[in-house]
Design a protein around this ligand. Structure first.
Ligand code: PMP
Length: 375
């Protein structure tokens, strides 16, 4: 069809020109004679456990709409987690759940002012996009040198425009987790009308991580949220359960919040297949957790070796490791590429490497050794 030159094409809202592009983890480069490994998206390299894969292969209900409230999954989760099913809202991944939450509580106002959303930086790359899309303003607080959240600075950044604060534990991409004590001390400083999200996408890896001497256990948001009607926990089936491609996640919060979140939830966001697989994953939690434990063992081996090699690796409680390589970041990424490994490079800050298959982890360590001896 010919365009009418006099009528300008529809334009997106002005905020769109300011949104950063989400750069998803790329696949590994092809290298003759080497198997490719993708270590760039914190996925579970093993996929769903066998019992869940079976459920997926025999699924025959694609022509039916899902239950918009994911009632069966919420009931199952409520039994597993010991929370009220009413406190759970599902979404297309925890990112979908976060987006619904953000659109519900933060945005632009008719008088031209913008609500503010505070979060640590660097943290999950999607945060600025979700905040910007909602029409709200990002307030990014730099992490401390050890890659953990600067909670004092985050509390000091609260203004009367603050509507949401995002805590990411363990923090993607740097790795450290928050303790319950840290979270509770922080919550005391937050006005009750501000929503505090505790993003626990990597919860399972964190929960089985061995504690160092004198280390306090990491927070489990489920122990905290019953005491606060402004706290939202985010969890996902993408990581430990290996269902990233199916997009199923959820939030848990007090009914005073869930009543609003349900109104803002995208209808049918969680497919029937995703709901089935998530339920089967709960039914086979033991199998899932065996894999999680294996990945955590691999991570610990990786961290130990990286430290021996002289890398400055922040404490990680997730299924990834952060290498703060500064200016040498692109160089490391190129060397990984040359070895058929994809890693996630963040400008000139550092590289995040997901824990992958055993062979991938071994090759990654070889790359790290070669890199350090060349510098
Ligand atoms: N939160 C964090 C901290 C993440 O790292 C991710 C995935 N990379 C997500 C949320 C979103 O995961 P999903 O939407 O697949 O549940």
């Amino acid at each position: 069809m010919t365009q009418n030159p006099h009528s300008p094409a529809p334009q997106p809202r002005p905020v769109f020109s300011q949104l950063p592009a989400y750069s998803a983890g790329k696949p590994a480069a092809k290298v003759e004679g080497l198997e490719q490994y993708k270590l760039s998206s914190n996925e579970n390299p093993f996929g769903p456990v066998a019992s869940v894969a079976e459920v997926l292969s025999s699924f025959d209900q694609v022509h039916r709409y899902p239950d918009p409230l994911s009632t069966e999954l919420r009931t199952k989760l409520s039994e597993q987690l010991g929370v009220d099913a009413e406190d759970i809202v599902t979404g297309a991944g925890s990112l979908g759940a976060l987006q619904q939450m953000m659109a519900t509580f933060a945005g632009g106002n008719p008088d031209g002012t913008q609500d503010e959303v505070i979060y640590a930086w660097r943290s999950f790359e999607a945060y600025p996009i979700v905040v910007g899309l909602a029409g709200a303003k990002s307030v990014q607080i730099p992490n401390l040198a050890d890659g953990s959240h600067d909670l004092d600075a985050m509390a000091a950044a609260i203004t009367d425009r603050t509507r949401v604060i995002l805590l990411c534990t363990p923090n993607n991409p740097t790795g450290p987790a928050l303790t319950e004590d840290q979270v509770r001390k922080f919550l005391v400083k937050v006005p009750k009308n501000v929503v505090v999200v505790i993003d626990e996408a990597y919860f399972e890896f964190c929960a089985v991580s061995p504690l160092d001497a004198n280390e306090q256990p990491p927070v489990n948001g489920l122990d905290v949220y019953p005491d606060y009607n402004n706290v939202v926990i985010l969890r996902t089936f993408s990581k430990a359960q290996g269902l990233a491609g199916l997009r199923v996640g959820y939030s848990i919060s007090h009914p005073e919040l869930t009543q609003h979140l349900r109104v803002g939830a995208t209808p049918f966001a969680v497919s029937r297949l995703a709901e089935r697989a998530a339920i089967a994953s709960i039914d086979h939690s033991d199998e899932v957790m065996n894999r999680v434990e294996h990945l955590v063992e691999e991570r610990e081996k990786m961290v130990k070796r990286l430290k021996e090699l002289g890398y400055d690796v922040p404490k990680t409680r997730a299924n990834f490791v952060w290498l703060p390589l500064g200016e040498r970041t692109p160089e490391f990424s190129a060397l990984a590429d040359a070895n058929a490994l994809s890693v996630r490079a963040f400008g000139t800050e550092g590289v995040r490497v997901s824990v992958g298959e055993d062979e991938a982890n071994a090759r990654l360590l070889q790359v790290c050794e070669e890199f350090i001896s060349a510098n």
